[in-house]
Write a protein that binds this ligand. Structure first.
Ligand code: ADP
Ligand code: MG
Length: 695
């Protein structure tokens, strides 16, 4: 019974629902579901369409459907695992149902000619298209076939021990409450098109689609209920980022006022001039640094655009004023490389540079920590180690985070107590450009600068796509290249495999290449090596003692060896565009012409084909990001970390691009005039995820 004395669904505990005892309540709490409103905002993650029979001939790998078919044969098979293989067909085709757990009587029931209905996802299996463990019903010929569902079935994201049936009961009850007590509308109606349903009816439609409503209108997001909820979710997401940004920025920081003398001396000793884009972005950063609030700025720049130098100039300003600077890299390989660049640039200027990584000896580490604490060390390069509890800065004022897609929003925020007098200024650098529409949402908590120009004199990389059957040609190309004094990478990729399996595969490839290329010195790096072993190999590659470097994707980010001019990528068809672009960016860093060879094993899927041809057609990271967005969708593109662990419940950044501008506008005006609505929206959509915003 709805309790009329309590007016808001957000105040009513889930404990008032039937079937919610302490055990269920605990499980719900794990999902941050405490009130009836929370139940309502636990939206279905997808729908199953059992409203119609799919002809077997229309089933495709990855596609779930309901089939009605007649049994050919049912056989127990003894492979790696014992299984029951049931071949069934309808007039349009044949498919195999496979069971790994089955009772003796199941096989007995499945006599040839028996009619069955089965629901499940088709996959490519040992005998062509297969469905593993379908939900199956036997419809003997005498029975009347049971009716099909009249509406889509919602499927809820869940946790151990909470079944879909439980979700059905919980949402049924919460929806009944919703009929007498609407959820609060927090977005002023002037912002909502009159075609959109009220929030309450949108929730109703999403949880219980009306009979006959096609799945496509949910998937493509054209349904007004989807639009209504997606808009609100985008607003909430945007608000949480604005909140983060405010929280950080309101922290006082040290204003860095300089005439840039140290940066000028740094530039004067370089053999080249900064590009116009580098100069412009350096100016934007210097302006931020001069302010008393903490800077939070992102520099986007394609691979090789010279982000490191921009960071170094900013560091010079801060060091000139007598404060400490930290450069944080995601891997030890990168930290080492930065350590070398910054030493080369800063030591001649009398600046003390040091580094903090796990391979330091106990004594080195002690000395470094002491130097950081006294302030003798002015510039510290390192991995996450730079922010362990044992590191006490004397007067830290500036942090550079390189290749930030490996750091999350919350980690960024955690730095705010590390500064000498409030939060340190932060500069975040990423080589993974993202399309503008997305940047608006993903980086709402950062100001963005773009280095949209490469240093002059780079010869564009030639990219070729070559089938594995022509591997020998590729080996010859590598041989010729290295015998001319240049170097090459050979990257082995195994997606979804463990580091151990990946390392093993790389070892095998290194061995076979050593056998066919005896005149070359070949090195191997993979994730299982110790940090100092990795660093040692990178060092030898850097000095051209190793000609050909066989590597797993540990090499992906940031490595800079300008003499390397050939990049071979194995199984390129398995990698996403962003990763391929990153890998390719390891070559083309000097003035010699570079090649990228994308090796693939046929046959190629259509998406793999488009990815590889995109790579062949362009080296422009922004264009590649746009294509990536079309091919993969925004969720995957951004990953969850970059969006502050806020995986969207219903919004899809690519699909809902038209809503983004409205969402931004609504969020900004709510933030100005209606703080209670801001809190409530964030809570409603991001409960438990905004912890770091008010920590
Ligand atoms: P990324 O933006 O990918 O991090 P880096 O900062 O590693 O790129 O720079 C790539 C290479 O370009 C380095 O060897 C760097 O010294 C060089 N470089 C940077 N700026 C310029 C410039 N203005 N002119 C010529 N070379 C430059
Ligand atoms: Mg870099």
């Amino acid at each position: 019974m709805p309790d009329t004395t309590i007016s808001r669904l957000s105040d009513q505990s889930v404990n008032t629902l039937k079937g919610v005892g302490p055990a269920v309540a605990d499980k719900l709490a794990k999902l941050k579901i405490r009130s009836l409103q929370d139940v309502l905002f636990h939206l279905p993650i997808r729908y199953e369409d059992r409203t119609r029979i799919t002809p077997i001939g229309h089933m495709r790998p990855g596609f779930s459907g309901l089939i009605e078919a007649s049994v050919h044969d049912a056989q127990v098979q003894f492979g790696k695992r014992r299984s029951l293989r049931v071949r069934v067909s309808d007039p349009s085709g044949l498919i195999t149902l496979r069971f790994y757990h089955f009772g003796a009587n199941l096989r007995a029931q499945l006599l040839p000619g028996t009619t069955i209905r089965a629901w499940g996802e088709a996959r490519r299996g040992a005998s062509g298209l297969e469905i593993y463990h379908p939900e199956m019903k036997i419809i003997s010929s005498s029975d009347v076939a049971p009716p099909l569902d009249d509406r889509l079935s919602p499927i809820y994201g869940t946790t151990d021990g909470l079944h879909q049936a439980t979700w059905k009961k919980l949402t049924d009850q919460a929806l009944r409450h919703l009929q007498s007590q609407a959820v609060d509308e927090l977005i002023p109606s002037d912002y909502l098109s009159s075609e959109l349903p009220s929030l309450s009816s949108a929730l109703m439609m999403i949880h219980r689609p009306e009979p006959g409503m096609p799945l496509s209108s949910f998937v493509d997001g054209t349904h007004p209920a989807v639009q209504r909820l997606a808009l609100e979710e985008l607003v909430a997401h945007h608000l949480s980022l604005i909140n983060l940004r405010q929280t950080y920025r309101e922290r006082a920081s040290i204003p860095i006022l300089t005439d840039g003398a140290l940066a000028a001396s740094l530039l004067a000793q370089l053999p080249f001039k900064p590009t116009e884009a580098q100069t412009r972005v350096s100016g934007e950063i210097a302006n931020d640094l001069a302010r008393p609030e903490a800077m939070l700025r992102l520099v986007q720049g394609d691979v090789g655009s010279g982000k490191t130098l921009v960071a170094a100039c900013a560091a010079a300003h801060v060091i000139e004023r007598g404060y400490q600077v930290v450069i944080m890299a995601p891997t030890e390989i990168l930290a080492e490389q930065h350590y070398q660049s910054f030493r080369e640039w800063f030591e001649p200027l009398g600046v003390q540079v040091s580094w903090l990584v796990s391979k330091l000896s106990a004594k080195q580490k002690r000395d470094t920590l002491a130097g950081i604490e006294t302030g003798a060390i002015q510039l510290i390069v390192g991995t996450h180690a730079v922010f362990q509890n044992d590191v006490n800065y004397s007067n830290l004022a500036f942090v550079v985070i390189d290749e930030q897609h490996r750091f999350g929003v919350d980690q960024r925020l955690a730095l705010r107590n590390k500064g000498v007098n409030g939060a340190p200024h932060q500069l975040v650098m990423t080589a993974t450009p993202i399309p503008r529409t997305l940047a608006m949402t993903a980086y709402a908590d950062l100001d963005v600068s773009v280095i949209d120009e490469l240093p002059p004199g780079r010869t564009p990389i030639q990219t070729v796509v070559i089938s594995n059957s022509r591997r020998d040609d590729v080996v010859e190309r590598v041989r010729a290249n290295c015998l001319q004094g240049r170097q090459a990478y050979w990257v082995c990729t195994l997606i979804d495999e463990s580091e151990a399996v990946e390392a093993e595969a790389a070892e095998e490839i290194a061995q076979s290449l050593t056998a066919v290329l005896p005149e070359l010195s070949i090195g191997l790096v993979h994730g299982r090596l110790k940090a100092d072993e990795k660093a040692d190999i990178m060092q030898r590659f850097n000095q051209n003692e190793i000609h050909l470097l066989v590597a797993t994707t540990v090499i992906e980010v940031g490595v800079n060896v300008p003499n390397a001019t050939v990049m071979v990528i194995e199984n390129a068809e398995r990698l996403g565009l962003a990763q391929l672009h990153q890998l390719r960016g390891r070559v083309g860093r000097g003035s010699d012409e570079s090649y990228c060879v994308l090796l693939y094993s046929p046959p190629l899927s259509n998406t793999a084909k488009s990815r590889l041809s995109t790579m062949r057609e362009t080296t422009d990271g922004f264009l590649i990001a746009e294509r990536d967005l079309e091919l993969r969708g925004a969720g995957e593109l951004l990953g969850t970390r970059q969006t502050g662990d806020a995986a969207f419940k219903i919004a899809r950044l690519d699909r809902d691009q038209l809503l983004l501008a409205t969402a931004k506008y609504v969020a900004e005006s709510l933030y100005q005039d209606n703080k209670p609505a801001v809190r409530e929206l964030i809570h409603r959509w991001l409960a438990g995820k905004e912890k770091f915003a008010n920590a």
